[in-house]
Ligand binder design. Structure first.
Ligand code: GLC
Length: 423
């Protein structure tokens, strides 16, 4: 490949093109405001998603901090009064939405936002922006809103007060059909129709309960202390703490530092499986480990506080293991030696199932960041080189084959531009 500087310069131009292509704007009658946001893709994913927005902001922070700030502010317009941040905002005035929009929202003829959330990454995006553009007014505007959301999660999703936040739908993890959730649903087979049903039946029950979190968690049919979500929650709380410190709010700064420490401590202590020497998400009130190796099992690498034996075991025994995660184009979302590992795209005639093997740029972003935090620069660079190769050959696709690097599904996919942040 051509030299890195030229590659990066070209990449910025390509990223600008992706974001321009995926921009939607107009006047929202329900919100009574003009809106402008970057969608994950030009087709199908034409709404504003929570964690996609955070990733877009991280990338934008490198060349357009004003646009990055506006992405975050636009998303925060969709915040509910109680602090909740939905996973999708349906801007625009289209009367009919896709079927999932109804199921994942409170009962309504035309929902404006869903009633489930996604990994709370926005504070991390805000910190990326602030590092390049130290605008305290921006912090004063957005931090209280993000803090409100973090408190909402603690109040509504942490019944046992271990500061591990529970998710109530696979989609709240952002990794919709990750095999972890079929363990939770109790179906370990591979039949696409039955799998789909296993994943979606909890959502239907949630809809039936009109997304009443108390009832849903009490009934315990889908109650998962999920690793990726909680690692993001911990590190985003740390970002909040540092940012509150910047604007002189010591009380909030120490509150969020404590929150981060507690969540991190719970992840490292409770989710570690002594037998398999890896982390697993926990489900139900009984906190059972979902014993399947996926990318989420490696996500604690992203935690500031992962040290010692658990850190080295995670890297040496799992990440660098060719039977698990060290494929030619790492890091696959499911370990190679799991029966649920499918490196290819779902065939067109089949029900779409995501996150069952392919390598995604956004999950790689967490792994690379984590490796660098802990001083594993060489391994991080090896992963980034492979990502450059995939993007160079196939463009910003939604995901890639971990065996061949082949890109799949949507083109000009928003968060695949995260590569820029790693160069
Ligand atoms: C898919 C992904 C989800 C993402 C959304 C928009 O549903 O699983 O994580 O936010 O697409 O990109």
């Amino acid at each position: 490949m051509q030299d890195k500087v030229a590659f990066k310069q070209q990449l910025i131009e390509k990223v600008r093109h992706v974001f321009k292509t995926n921009t939607f704007q107009g006047y929202s009658r329900w919100k009574k405001t003009n809106y402008r946001f970057i969608a994950p893709a030009r087709r199908e994913y034409t709404y504003q998603w929570l964690w996609d927005t955070g990733f877009h902001a991280i990338v934008l922070s490198h060349f357009d901090t004003e646009l990055a700030k506006s992405e975050i502010k636009t998303f925060l317009l969709g915040q509910w009064e109680d602090g909740f941040l939905p996973h999708v905002i349906f801007w625009g005035n289209k009367k009919i939405l896709p079927h999932w929009a109804y199921i994942e929202s409170k009962r309504s003829f035309r929902p404006h936002t869903t009633a489930i959330t996604q990994p709370p990454i926005l504070a991390i995006g805000v910190e990326s922006i602030y590092e390049k553009d130290p605008d305290k007014e921006f912090l004063k505007e957005v931090l209280p809103k993000l803090a409100h959301h973090h408190r909402w999660l603690v109040t509504n999703r942490d019944e046992d007060a271990d500061r591990l936040i529970a998710i109530i739908s696979p989609n709240e993890s952002g990794m919709d059909e990750l095999p972890v959730f079929q363990y939770v649903a109790g179906f370990l087979g591979e039949d696409a129709v039955r799998l789909h049903w296993a994943y979606r039946k909890g959502d239907l029950r949630n809809y039936y309960h009109n997304y009443d979190n108390k009832i849903i968690l009490k009934e315990d049919y889908f109650n998962v202390e999920e690793l990726l979500f909680n690692c993001v929650f911990a590190e985003a709380s740390r970002s909040l703490s540092r940012l509150f410190d910047e604007i002189g709010n010591k009380e909030e700064a120490s509150y969020f530092e404590m929150m981060a420490a507690k969540t991190e401590e719970s992840i490292i202590r409770k989710c570690w499986d002594e037998e398999d020497e890896i982390f697993y998400s926990l489900y139900s009130h009984a906190e059972k480990p979902a014993r399947v190796k996926t990318i989420a099992s490696l996500l604690p690498l992203f935690l500031d506080g992962l040290r010692g034996q658990k850190l080295t075991t995670l890297i040496e025994k799992h990440l660098l293991n060719e039977n698990e995660f060290w494929t030619p184009y790492p890091v696959p979302t499911v370990a190679r030696n799991e029966p649920h590992y499918h490196p290819k795209e779902t065939p067109r005639h089949k029900i779409k199932l995501l996150w069952r093997g392919p390598t995604w740029i956004n999950t790689n972003w967490f792994i690379v960041k984590g490796l660098r935090k802990h001083g594993y620069h060489k391994i991080a660079d090896q992963i980034v080189d492979k990502m450059c190769e995939m993007v160079d050959k196939h463009g910003f696709r939604e995901y890639y084959n971990p065996e061949t690097g082949q890109g799949y599904r949507r083109e000009n996919f928003g968060w695949s531009t995260l590569l820029l942040d790693l160069l």
